[in-house]
Every structure is written in structure tokens, then in C-alpha cells.
Ligand binder design. Structure first.
Ligand code: GLN
Length: 466
């Protein structure tokens, strides 16, 4: 495990270390490993200076962030992992970036990702795949693979990602770090490049639940620039039963499709819970089997609409501008050259599901089933404080293993999309190692009950101590 924010903070405040030392430790790791792992697309040179200008009493003092390359930092390049934005420089700070700056945090660079956050392996990046630090032949998960590896390999002590269907939790599980997605509306997306707006959330990577909570508390809250955001009290940490935490184990998550290695690891981890102050109860979320198709349809529909702006007029590639004879040609050349295969596939699918005649059959139907899935969780949370599931159905897979088969690739998201569909907070924490590779467990909480979710996650973290 890399150094935590809390530890860095303590050492800095006690003058056991200096901003120069902290930052140069991270930078030298990046220098050593970035070539083989392809984690950072851009590394910043002004981080030490930034840290020196911060007040040491600020809550995020000592936090050194890797930032997924779909989050805007003023004056820095922001590609979203796409060739179409290869030369795009951000003209303003995302709200989360503003907040980090105000609270004392600094940035060390922009991390690699699947193009426009579409993928589960970071192989869909326009700038080459990122590699898993536990085994360089394997994927780190995606789409926030760069951020997950940055924390896992100790290149920074925390990172931001975005999570639309699992893109923070899934790579966190594959890289053996904590990954958290908040309740929909808890963190502003202003200045975050949109993928599918009814799911998109900013998420946090860290080495511990405590650090994750620290970052979350520093960046959450209402923002006029993102109309779905709300202020809330952090979710009072009240449990359903006095002195006992009730955690539901949904039977639908432990059946088909889950590899024996993951299943065994999680069963073993759960057996360590017995007799503690946590009670595990069997529950059912009956509409789980529809979650993936519902996600795919609504997500692709929203992607097709959000990606329409990359047309070569406002955002485009200079090299295609010169010899254009018509507007169609401009669109075709820019999108044809600038977008990768997965992005194109989703734009085509989403255009189809939104088109007249198919809209009711696909998009509207998917929205109806979405309501049923939300209802499953509402019922479950009348009985339980949290729900526990595997984060991923398999261990980190080999680079190239699933890239030719998008359907198999999408199965990687089977356990993470439900919380996205329902707008619920969810966190992945390491629970075991199998064949030297990390295994993660996902805890899903009730809406705006992140405080309780963090409390529960910390208890599990303490029991497992991975
Ligand atoms: N892997 C999922 C997808 O490709 C989720 C992506 C995400 O959360 N950004 O759609």
C-alpha cells in the first residue's frame, strides 16, 4: 500500500518531511514506472510550488491527486482519453478541482482512461492501454484505470475518477485500492466531460476508507453549475438495529457468471465476519438480471446525445479542417478520425434506441425496468443498512483477452451497474488476494447515507486488513 493522505499530512505538519520531499517521491516513482504502465498522460511540474502556498491547517493539506483526464483543470490539457480532444486545453476548473484547491490539495497529473469513460479495461484509450501494477500483462480495469494504478503503485496518495457504471469501483477492485462512487447528486459534475448524464458521478480512489471520506467531505455539496446536486448532512450513521449492523447478501449476485476464484475469496472474507457486530442476512433483488441491458440502452442513448458536440466545429482536430467542402464532410472526417471503435459503436446504438419507432420499444421500456430495479433496492433498505456484493465477477484479465468481444467486456460491469442505475452510493474495498491478484468487495448504501456506508466499510477494512 502506498502512503495515505493522513500520514503525509501528519509528517508535513510535524515537519518530518517537506513539500519538496513528498512530491519528489511521487515524481520519481512516476518517472520509473510510467513508461511501462502508461498511467499519466500529463505530469505537472508545478506541484511543489502549489503545495508550498497552501495553509497546512487546511483539511486536504498533503493530499496529492491524480486526476482522471475527463476532469477539467484550467490551463491544462484534457483529452478524455480521445484523439478528438488531443489538443484541447481546459478554460476553467471543474467544481471539484476548485474545491480541492480551496481545501489545500494539489495535483500531480492527468491519468489515462478509456475513451470518454467507455470501457472496463482502459484498453479503449486513444493513448494506449494502462497496465495493472500487480501483473503488467493484465488490465487495471476501467474506465478510470490510470487513477486506480496511480494510487495502487504509489504515484500519488489519492485520485479522482468518474463512475457511470462502475468505472471507479471496478478498477479499484482490480488494483487493490479503495474506490467510491457517491449518491447521484452528491458531487458536482460541472467541468467533468459527460458520458451518460443520468449515471455520471465523480468518484474517489484512496488507500483507506478514512482518506476516501476525507476527500468526499471536501468536494461534495450543492453547486449551481450542476442542477442535480444537493446539500445533505452526510447521512447520519444510524443503523436499523441498535448495536448491530445489518448487511444484506443478495442471492442474485452470487450465482452465474462469477468466477470460482472470486466466489471463494469472497465467501472466505465473509466467513471472517461471523460473530462480529455485523449481521449478514440473505436478501433478494429480483430484477438484477435486467440491470445490464437497462444500463446499456439508457447509457448508449445518453452517450449518443452527449457526444454530438464533438463535431469538428467547436471541438475538433486541426488536421482535418483545411480541405473541407461541406459540413457533412467536416463531421465525418472529425468523428471518423477522432473517435475510437467503442465510442462509435455506442453512438450508433444510442442513435438507434432513440430513433422514432424504437424509442418506446427500447429507451422507454428500459426506463420502466430501471424503476423496478430502484424499487428492489428501496425495499431491501427497509431491512438492511448496506448490501454486500462482489465488485467484479472475475480477477483482472489479460490485456487483449476481451477487447475483441464487447459483450464479454460489458459483463465486467454486471455487479456495479445496479448502484449506478439506482443512484446509490457504493464503495469497493480490498477483501483478499488470489493468485497474487487483488479481489474487491462492493458495499452499496442507501441514498445519501454515505456516512453510514463509510462506517461499515471501515469495519470490514479492519477485519480484513488487506
Ligand atoms: N464499464 C462501463 C461502460 O463501459 C462503465 C463505464 C463508466 O463507469 N464510465 O459503460
Amino acid at each position: 500500500m502506498g502512503i495515505t493522505i493522513k500520514e503525509t499530512q501528519k509528517r508535513l505538519r510535524n515537519k518530518e518531511t517537506t513539500p519538496e520531499e513528498v512530491v519528489s517521491d511521487f515524481l520519481s516513482l512516476i518517472k520509473d514506472k510510467n513508461k511501462e504502465m502508461n498511467v499519466f498522460l500529463d505530469v505537472f511540474q508545478d506541484t511543489v510550488q502549489e503545495m508550498k502556498e497552501k495553509d497546512p491547517d487546511l483539511p486536504l493539506y498533503g493530499a496529492v491527486f491524480g486526476i482522471k483526464d475527463n476532469i477539467l483543470i484550467k490551463g491544462k490539457r484534457c483529452t478524455a482519453g480521445s484523439k478528438i480532444l488531443e489538443n484541447y486545453n481546459a478554460s476553467f476548473d471543474a467544481t471539484v478541482i476548485e474545491k480541492i484547491k480551496e481545501k489545500g490539495g494539489v495535483f500531480i497529473g492527468k491519468t489515462n482512461m478509456d475513451e470518454f469513460a467507455m470501457g472496463s479495461s482502459t484498453e479503449n484509450s486513444g493513448f494506449g492501454p494502462t497496465r495493472n501494477p500487480y501483473d503488467l500483462e493484465r488490465v487495471p480495469g476501467g474506465s478510470s484505470g490510470g487513477s486506480a494504478v496511480a494510487v495502487s503503485a504509489g504515484m500519488c496518495n489519492t485520485a479522482l475518477g468518474s463512475d457511470t457504471g462502475g468505472s471507479v469501483r471496478q478498477p479499484a477492485a482490480f488494483c487493490g485500492v479503495v474506490g467510491f462512487k457517491p449518491t447521484y447528486g452528491a458531487i458536482s459534475r460541472s467541468g467533468v466531460i459527460s458520458m451518460a448524464s443520468s449515471f455520471d458521478q465523480v468518484g474517489v480512489f484512496a488507500n483507506t476508507v478514512e482518506d476516501t471520506k476525507l476527500v468526499f467531505d471536501s468536494i461534495r455539496g450543492k453547486d449551481e453549475r450542476d442542477s442535480v446536486t444537493v446539500d445533505f448532512n452526510g447521512g447520519l450513521a444510524e443503523t436499523k438495529k441498535k448495536d448491530k449492523i445489518v448487511v444484506g447478501v443478495p442471492k442474485e449476485y452470487f450465482v452465474e457468471g462469477i468466477s470460482s476464484q472470486v466466489k471463494e475469496s469472497i465467501e472466505e472474507a465473509l466467513s471472517k465476519i461471523k460473530g462480529k457486530e455485523i449481521e449478514l442476512v440473505d436478501i433478494s433483488l429480483p430484477h438484477t438480471e435486467y440491470a445490464l441491458p437497462v444500463y446499456e440502452i439508457i447509457m448508449a442513448s445518453e452517450v449518443s446525445s452527449n457526444l454530438a458536440r464533438y463535431d469538428g466545429v467547436r471541438y475538433g482536430r486541426e488536421d482535418t479542417e483545411s480541405a473541407m467542402k461541406s459540413i457533412e464532410e467536416l463531421y465525418m472526417k472529425n468523428r471518423g478520425k477522432g473517435l475510437g471503435t467503442e465510442a462509435k459503436r455506442r453512438v450508433v446504438l444510442g442513435t438507434y434506441t432513440l430513433s422514432s419507432g424504437y424509442y418506446d420499444a427500447y429507451y422507454i421500456k428500459a426506463q420502466k425496468v430501471r424503476a423496478l430495479i430502484i424499487d428492489d433496492f428501496k425495499k431491501a433498505f427497509q431491512e438492511v443498512d448496506a448490501i454486500i456484493t462482489p465488485t467484479t465477477p472475475t480477477l483482472p484479465f489479460k490485456i487483449g483477452e476481451k477487447i475483441e468481444d464487447p459483450l464479454t467486456m460489458h459483463l465486467s460491469d454486471i455487479f456495479t451497474v445496479t448502484a449506478s442505475i439506482s443512484g446509490l452510493p457504493a464503495i469497493s474495498i480490498p477483501c483478499a488476494k488470489k493468485n497474487g491478484l487483488p479481489v474487491g468487495v462492493q458495499l452499496i448504501g442507501d441514498r445519501f447515507k454515505e456516512e453510514l456506508l463509510f462506517n461499515i466499510a471501515e469495519k470490514f477494512e479492519k477485519i480484513w486488513q488487506i
